[in-house]
Design a protein around this ligand. Structure first.
Ligand SMILES: NC(=O)c1ccc[n+]([C@@H]2O[C@H](COP(=O)([O-])OP(=O)(O)OC[C@H]3O[C@@H](n4cnc5c(N)ncnc54)[C@H](O)[C@@H]3O)[C@@H](O)[C@H]2O)c1
Length: 275
């Protein structure tokens, strides 16, 4: 897809991967709507986009709320008349032993990471189908491709759902002229840790496993990779190319891949009586 002259909406666009992609889209000639719950940062990104000579709009939008996402679509159509690119990117982490994660936190992570993209698609894709063109980018994670650790079961659950949703959308939308990409980064430096919720245990940080497969990259590195993938209309976007090998191994023998991952990690800490 040619990005020049398009209109894009980026949820979670005020920070990290969303901000980086929003700025790169603007550099490529797009006007961008920044949708986030962090209003001050969203306004800062709008200023950065305007300084690049493109139009931008900040909209307060909590992707867990139907009405906010519907209002986001109304604001974007009002300001720019159409939306060519939707990036469902807002996401949050929950850590800790899965049987100790409250139902409220399970609901929260699924509402943001899985229902958020679903709401985005419901709000923006009908107009794309009517036009026969458009692009949907969902920020998933390598957590949507393999279970990397025992400390992040809710996150992995949400991202497997988001990956399946995105792959299914590709089958449905690409024959209708609408591109679909699943962005699956490994570890990216961002403000992601600010939103983390821990399950109720005595020592939450003791429940964080070492990140054995991960090499951090700056969030500024991700935007250009995403925008290139949109240009080339590539489905799977791996800002850390080393995960392509892991996917191949996994495809060859899933039982062996799961066993190897268990062997790589230290065991989870013993549960205390008071936990
Ligand atoms: N940082 C990583 O290592 C990493 C790796 C793989 C995938 N991801 C995914 O990338 C995406 C972006 O994360 P990031 O690392 O840039 O983190 P970030 O925290 O820097 O940015 C996420 C943005 O989403 C916003 N947000 C959170 N909840 C929201 C809600 N309910 N409604 C609207 N906005 C909301 C936050 O305010 C923030 O501005 C997430 O989906 C995350 O799961 C991150």
């Amino acid at each position: 897809m040619n990005v020049d002259g398009t209109v894009a909406v980026v949820t979670g666009g005020a920070s990290g991967i969303g901000r980086s992609t929003a700025l790169e889209l603007a550099r490529a000639g797009a006007d961008v709507v920044i949708a986030d719950i962090h209003d001050d940062r969203a306004v800062d990104v709008v200023r950065e986009i305007e300084a690049l000579g493109r139009r931008a709009l900040a909209v307060h939008c909590d992707v867990t709320k139907d009405a906010d996402v519907e209002a986001l679509a109304a604001a974007a159509f009002d300001a720019f008349e159409r939306v060519d690119i939707l990036m469902n990117n807002a996401g949050v982490p929950v850590l800790g032993p899965p049987e100790r994660v409250s139902m409220e936190d399970w609901d929260w992570i699924l509402q943001v990471n899985l229902y958020g993209p679903i709401r985005g698609v419901r709000a923006f894709v009908p107009a794309m189908i009517d036009r026969g063109s458009g692009y949907v980018v969902n920020t998933v994670s390598v957590a949507g491709l393999y279970a990397y650790s025992w400390d992040s079961v809710p996150y992995i659950t949400s991202k497997f759902g988001a990956f399946g949703f995105t792959e299914g959308l590709a089958l449905y939308l690409r024959p209708q002229g609408i591109g679909v990409s699943a962005v699956c980064p490994g570890l990216v430096e961002s403000n992601f840790g600010e939103h983390v919720r821990f399950a109720a245990v005595d020592d939450p940080t003791g429940w964080i496993a070492p990140m054995v497969d991960f090499r951090p990259i700056g969030s500024d590195e991700v935007g250009p990779v995403v925008v290139n993938a949109i240009r080339e209309e590539r489905f799977l976007v791996l800002p850390h190319p080393e995960f392509a090998d892991m996917l191949r191994t996994r495809g060859q023998d899933l039982d062996a891949a799961v066993a190897a991952q268990i062997a790589k990690l230290p065991p989870p800490p013993p549960r205390k009586a008071t936990d």
